[in-house]
Design a protein around this ligand. Structure first.
Ligand SMILES: Cc1cc2nc3c(=O)[nH]c(=O)nc-3n(C[C@H](O)[C@H](O)[C@H](O)COP(=O)(O)O)c2cc1C
Length: 233
């Protein structure tokens, strides 16, 4: 039994009357997921387009509800946490998580950050103990794999790239993934969208190819490794 949680974060639709406006990150994610589906590798599929339907921002009442012991929460506090409960349940159920995201202002869209803020929650996805010294937070979920699919207008955000210190999208997702219970990350990036030249065409073609080969690789790993299969299926 493999459950896939797919989160799209672009505010653009995958398909538009003008195809130049199509979300690149959503289309790469689509390619990856349809390659998995062709192999019947997904038993349950959970989808959220947080770019188009963003989760609410957390607020002071939300924090108050989170820090109120569960048995003491009022009806309205429970209602306030209902979305968070639902989003956490979806992450908990997932064996494989796909997050596709554009780079906005060198980081993730606010809509995707809102999703993480609803999910990374004390005593649900992490616990906190000062007895652990300088690292009091510990994730409560484990054993998941994450595919990060990103699209940017500029390029060179890798560690050896010309904008190595400006790219906060993928590094931020890597840091937060720990609190989703992620233990293995795969990354696919399309760059150069704003240049609209051959470098963009090549980058996008490469990302689409990577999406297909990663789907095959994940299926292959599951078939070959009984340990992974147990954890993953
Ligand atoms: C509001 C906004 C901010 C952006 N900021 C950046 C940025 O900081 N760096 C960058 O390389 N591209 C930036 N871009 C370009 C997008 O990353 C690029 O268009 C990407 O393909 C969008 O993803 P999508 O095609 O999935 O919608 C920005 C685009 C928008 C609309």
């Amino acid at each position: 039994m493999t459950t896939l949680l797919h989160i799209d974060a672009s505010v653009r639709a995958a398909f538009n009357p003008n195809p130049n406006h199509n979300s690149i990150s959503k289309n790469i994610a689509k390619r990856f997921i349809s390659a998995l589906q062709k192999q019947h590798a997904i038993d349950e599929y959970i989808y959220r387009d947080v770019g188009v339907n963003p989760p609410a921002f957390i607020n002071q009442d939300w924090i108050g509800a989170v820090f109120t012991p569960e048995e003491k929460r009022t009806r309205s506090q429970k209602d306030l946490l209902a979305l968070s409960d639902q989003l956490i349940a979806e992450v908990s159920a997932a064996h494989l998580i796909v997050i596709s995201s554009p780079m906005y202002n060198y980081g993730m869209p606010a809509q995707l950050k809102a999703w993480f803020d609803q999910i990374i929650r004390i005593n649900k996805t992490f616990d906190f103990d000062l007895a652990r010294g300088d690292f009091p937070l510990q994730p409560l979920l484990s054993g998941k794999r994450l595919v990060i699919i990103s699209s940017s207008g500029e390029f060179g955000f890798d560690t050896d790239g010309i904008r190595a210190n400006q790219g906060h999208l993928v590094p931020h997702l890597r840091t937060l993934s720990k609190y989703l219970g992620v233990e293995q990350i795969y990354e696919i990036a399309s760059e150069y969208q704003e240049f609209a030249d051959i470098r963009h065409q090549n980058s996008l073609a490469h990302a689409l190819h990577q999406a297909e080969s990663l789907a095959e690789k994940l299926i292959f790993v599951d078939q070959k490794s009984p340990v992974t299969q147990l954890e993953y299926k």
